[in-house]
Design a protein around this ligand. Structure first.
Ligand code: C5P
Length: 397
């Protein structure tokens, strides 16, 4: 698990977005983290401690002493934490932090901490744009704290603009990045994913059942390990929101080819997991083809092989392809390593239940160019993403 045993303290202040913090606690717990939440007294109007203590598995104090008379030691909590996250962070608490004020448990904990601190501002757009707020944010950053910038969208005031707390998933990813083991720090990786759609006319296309899930999991994991990731993504329904992933949306194999070949020279590695359509209609009708014309034959032509092209142009890059075979899997995958000049190939099984397109799980084998085979159990694509990156990069990068 990505955050196994990591001690994370969340300081909640009095913003409406506090209602989203239970979701963040859930994500952290699922990733194996130990979570302690502390609230400001004013935040109790927005989220109740019973929710946060139940989900975190720890009491959620908001005062220096509990009703039973025990001391809720801000010093102990601050020194326990490997990471402190202030979310949502109001303009008021932000200003107090910038100036060293310490009139509640959250502020006292922050001031006692020695670990890294992330903060996610949340306020109305004019408050966020105010020069005082900007100055206070800059001041917090100058102390070595990391901002998770507010996002643009609907605000509780009814106005729309910048100031909304980053979504729990975005905060979670910022936390993952903080705990990155760093073996991909400073590396740039190109990943492609998803199906491609090959237009017959403006309405119809030839496509396939790929969801993009495996490649997206790889992109997320690589970003969490510190890499800068280019994700060239075909028409997948999955939305990718990660500050360390540059998502380039494409539709056809031709568009995917152009982007991948453009980006390839500047990367350290490329992982081609996309289910690129092998053929496209030779002619694309500008208008919707009328059914009154009767069933037409669709003449096809080959799409360029992106992976093969990158293999031909490869210099310093580590190149990883995927293969989905129905027979003579290993022999065919080995041939592909040679034909496409790959360093590794990830072989997907179609013979195992729960593996392949549309599933959250997959079963893979990785083969390297010396024909060494690495076997993996059927498991979640997110876990396999970590296995693939560990296998490939701990050796090569
Ligand atoms: O040759 P085959 O299609 O089985 O190889 C699969 C691998 O090649 C995958 O990594 C896939 O992304 C890539 N590929 C490609 N361009 C194509 C077809 C496949 O990059 N036109």
């Amino acid at each position: 698990m990505l955050l196994q045993g990591k001690k994370i303290l969340i300081g909640v202040t009095a913003g409406i977005a506090a209602y989203k913090i239970p979701l963040l606690v859930r994500l952290l717990k699922k990733a194996g983290a130990l979570v302690q939440v502390v609230q400001t007294p004013a935040s109790l109007d927005f989220v109740r401690p019973i929710v946060l203590s139940t989900l975190s598995g720890n009491p959620c104090p908001s005062e220096f002493s509990s009703e039973s008379g025990d001391w809720n030691s801000h010093v102990d909590m601050a020194l326990w934490a490997n990471l402190i996250v202030l979310a949502p962070l109001t303009a008021n608490t932000l200003a107090k932090m910038a100036n060293g004020l310490c009139d509640n448990l959250v502020l006292a904990t922050y001031l006692s901490a020695k670990c890294p601190v992330l903060f996610a501002p949340a306020m109305d757009l004019d408050m966020y744009a105010h020069p005082t707020t900007k100055k206070n944010i800059d001041m917090l950053k100058s102390f070595g704290n990391t901002e998770i910038p507010a996002e643009t969208g609907f605000l509780a005031s009814g106005l729309e603009g910048e100031g909304r707390m980053a979504e729990p998933e975005t905060i979670y990813k910022a936390i993952l990045a903080k705990f990155s083991t760093g073996y991909l720090d400073g590396k740039t990786i190109l990943i492609n994913a998803g199906p491609t759609y090959e237009a017959i006319d403006p309405v119809r296309f030839i496509g396939n059942r790929s969801t993009g899930r495996m490649g997206i999991a790889l992109a997320e994991e690589a970003a969490a390990l510190g890499a800068k990731v280019y994700l060239v993504l075909g028409p997948s329904a999955i939305h990718v929101e990660n500050p360390n992933i540059l998502v380039k949306r494409v539709e056809s194999a031709k568009e995917m080819y152009t982007l991948c070949t453009d980006i390839f020279p500047e990367v350290d590695a490329a992982i081609l997991s996309a289910a690129v359509a092998d053929f496209r209609p030779k002619n694309q009708s500008k208008q919707k083809i009328k059914k009154e014309l009767g069933a037409a034959d669709i003449a096809l032509e080959m799409n360029p092989d992106i992976l093969k092209t990158l293999g031909e142009r490869k210099q310093h890059q580590v190149l990883i392809g995927f293969a989905l075979e129905t027979n003579d899997e290993i022999a065919n995958a080995k041939k592909k390593i040679a034909n496409k000049n790959l360093d590794y190939i990830v072989l997907n099984s179609l013979n195992d239940k729960g593996a392949g397109f549309g599933y959250l799980t997959n079963k893979i084998q990785i083969i390297d160019k010396q024909n060494k085979i690495y076997d993996f159990e059927l498991k979640a694509k997110t876990e396999l993403a970590a296995d693939i990156l560990n296998t490939v990069f701990q050796h090569e990068v």
